[in-house]
Design a protein around this ligand. Structure first.
Ligand SMILES: NC(=O)c1ccc[n+]([C@@H]2O[C@H](COP(=O)([O-])OP(=O)(O)OC[C@H]3O[C@@H](n4cnc5c(N)ncnc54)[C@H](OP(=O)(O)O)[C@@H]3O)[C@@H](O)[C@H]2O)c1
Length: 309
């Protein structure tokens, strides 16, 4: 696939120094961003946006993604290219910064594939009057982790994108990812949130792999989190009945039984977790509806304490 000619240069946002217009850019050169970028780059140009110019230079020199040395077409925030479409793959707490970079690339659309609910923050920082027309959040169950300066893909999954992002689904499919447009993306996002709400904080608090949550003494906590979250998520548009909600969480815990949840990895590495975009979002829904969710509130407080410690 060839790069498209740059569009008119007038009124470029600050720091967008477009020489070429990429079909696709990925903001967030971490585990999942580089996993996607490396495979997409086999079929056409993909711009990768790193947090700093120095990191971009390292990525241009090459990084191992699986067994492949990937020399990314990487850019720092001071030398952004233009791009037709942008995928955001930073951690939830970095969404606002990433959204501003995404918007500066003058794309047709910005798609988040992050965990948690980040669409409102993304929209607030790259939408608005004169901003990007199409801003939305999809979901992915692709997996990858960082091990030193190497990225290791950890499981093929499925990527669901909202209507309007057909072109992105096409690029992903042509690169060999299982990807499709999901008309019911809001319900799909809530189902993913349910799984993350139940598994992630408990794995981090008890420091156990996902599969251990299915057995005593952890199982009672897992079930309590689902019991509390389900009525709220159902009222917001979750399409699973209560039994199916429990079954979905158990199925994911079983299928990823030996994995360390990302929140556990963050806690062990002393990094900020995505608890605000996951449990924090449920607490906000509960507050809006005047519903008490004491188990989630306790879990939220404990994970925040772990972050500070
Ligand atoms: N990994 C998975 O298997 C997986 C699966 C499904 C969903 N997700 C979701 O995907 C998202 C990304 O996860 P991840 O595991 O790839 O995280 P990650 O490895 O921590 O990668 C995030 C990357 O974003 C970069 N970044 C932060 N702020 C930035 C900014 N303003 N501009 C440019 N880059 C910036 C970080 O740079 P630094 O390195 O400089 O901090 C880091 O390289 C999360 O929401 C996660 O929950 C991950």
């Amino acid at each position: 696939m060839n790069r498209l000619p740059s569009s008119a240069a007038s009124a470029s946002p600050p720091r967008a120094a477009a020489q070429t217009r990429f079909p696709l850019a990925i903001v967030g050169a971490g585990a999942l961003g580089l996993h996607f970028a490396a495979r997409l780059a086999r079929g056409g140009p993909v711009a990768v946006v790193a947090r700093t110019a120095q990191r971009a230079a390292q990525l241009r020199a090459g990084i191992y993604v699986g067994d492949m040395l990937y020399r990314a077409e990487a850019h720092g925030p001071d030398a952004l290219p233009e791009a037709e479409w942008v995928i955001v793959l930073v951690k939830a707490a970095d969404t606002a910064d990433a959204a501003r970079l995404a918007a500066a690339m003058r794309p047709r659309g910005v798609l988040s594939l992050q965990n948690g609910l980040t669409e409102d923050v993304l929209r607030a920082h790259c939408g608005g009057a004169g901003g990007v027309a199409l801003v939305a959040q999809g979901i992915t169950t692709e997996g990858a982790f960082r091990d030193g300066d190497r990225v290791t893909p950890s499981g093929a999954g499925e990527t669901l994108v909202p209507p309007g992002f057909e072109a992105v689904a096409g690029l992903l499919s042509r690169a060999g990812f299982r990807a499709r447009v999901e008309p019911g993306i809001a319900a799909a996002r809530l189902a993913k949130l349910l799984v993350n709400l139940a598994i992630n904080p408990l794995a981090a608090l008890f420091r156990v792999p996902n599969g251990a949550l299915l057995d005593p003494p952890f199982r009672a906590c897992l079930d309590a989190l689902v019991d509390e979250a389900w009525p709220l998520l159902r009222a917001e548009g979750l399409a699973l009945d209560e039994a199916a909600a429990h079954a979905r969480v158990a199925e994911v815990a079983r299928a990823t039984g030996t994995n360390r949840a990302s929140m556990l990895q963050d806690v062990l590495a002393g990094r900020r977790t995505e608890i605000d975009a996951i449990t924090g979002m449920l607490l906000a829904m509960a507050a809006r509806r005047g519903v008490a969710v004491p188990v989630h509130q306790a879990v939220f407080t404990l994970v925040k304490l772990l972050e500070r410690g």
